[in-house]
Design a protein around this ligand. Structure first.
Ligand code: SF4
Ligand code: SF4
Ligand code: FES
Length: 234
């Protein structure tokens, strides 16, 4: 057990004129994550604190927030690994704050919807499953790890300045279907992302790669999509 201070972004649009930080100091048990600590505050100290969470296992993507200046999943971030005398917790940047640590995810999901995040097949379905070679399946190893947490998109300066930009998470999703040997809408998909609000808004700054809690190389996926786009129009 060790005492830690949490400095947490608070904002209730119904009563606060502007956001402020509130500090909580308490004993953190060994093995606690940031999410365990937020739950402790909510359940034992201050029930008015708002944040999203669900699975507590790095699967649902809902607990993404900014911890000491870095986008991260609260449930996967161990308190003992966060340095500094205070642990500063803020909402994800680049998205409007609805309350405390809860942001409006609508622009993020709007970007995702634009890239058709679902399979498209035109042939009649086979008798059993759509088959894929192990080599083709391997191409999807990275993008299928995405849990849509928005850590990447919310770290992207291009998205901060233009939320019509679909963002790296949507482009990773596009990659996931463009390079899936079973999908049959490759040209349509490439047409969608071959746009100022798509691939070409990315300036290869790599923030998204550093922010991804699943170690997905978003920038590499975007570069592969750019290549595919150029190749398909030659
Ligand atoms: S590499 Fe592209 S998508 Fe990733 S943060 Fe930079 S501009 Fe955004
Ligand atoms: S690519 Fe990584 S950071 Fe972006 S939404 Fe998916 S899991 Fe989250
Ligand atoms: S609570 Fe589901 S990813 Fe953290």
């Amino acid at each position: 057990m060790a005492e830690r201070t949490f400095k947490i972004h608070r904002f209730n649009p119904e009563k606060d004129e502007k956001p402020y930080f509130q500090e909580y100091r308490f004993e953190v048990e060994s093995g606690w994550s940031i999410l365990d600590s937020l739950n402790h505050i909510k359940w034992n100290i201050d029930s008015s604190l708002n944040f999203r969470r669900s699975c507590r296992s790095g699967i649902c993507g809902s607990c993404a927030m900014r911890v000491n200046g870095e986008n991260a999943l609260a449930c996967e971030t161990q308190v003992k690994n966060v340095k500094g005398s205070k642990i500063k917790i803020e909402p994800l940047p680049g998205l409007a704050v609805m309350r405390d640590l809860v942001v409006d995810m609508e622009p993020f999901f709007e970007g995702l919807k634009k890239v058709m995040p679902y399979f498209v097949t035109k042939d009649s379905p086979p008798d059993k499953e759509w088959l894929q070679s192990p080599e083709d399946r391997k191409k999807l190893d990275e993008p299928i790890k995405c849990i849509l947490c928005a850590c990447c998109t919310a770290s992207c300066p291009s998205f901060w300045f233009d939320d019509k930009y679909v963002g790296p998470a949507a482009l990773v999703k596009s990659y996931r279907f463009v390079f899936d040997s079973r999908d049959q809408a490759r040209e349509e998909r490439l047409d969608i992302v071959n746009d100022r609000e798509g691939l070409w808004r990315c300036h290869t700054i790599f923030n998204c790669v550093e922010a991804c809690p699943k170690d997905i190389n978003c920038t590499q996926a975007i570069a592969e999509l750019k290549k595919a786009t150029v190749f398909s129009t030659v």
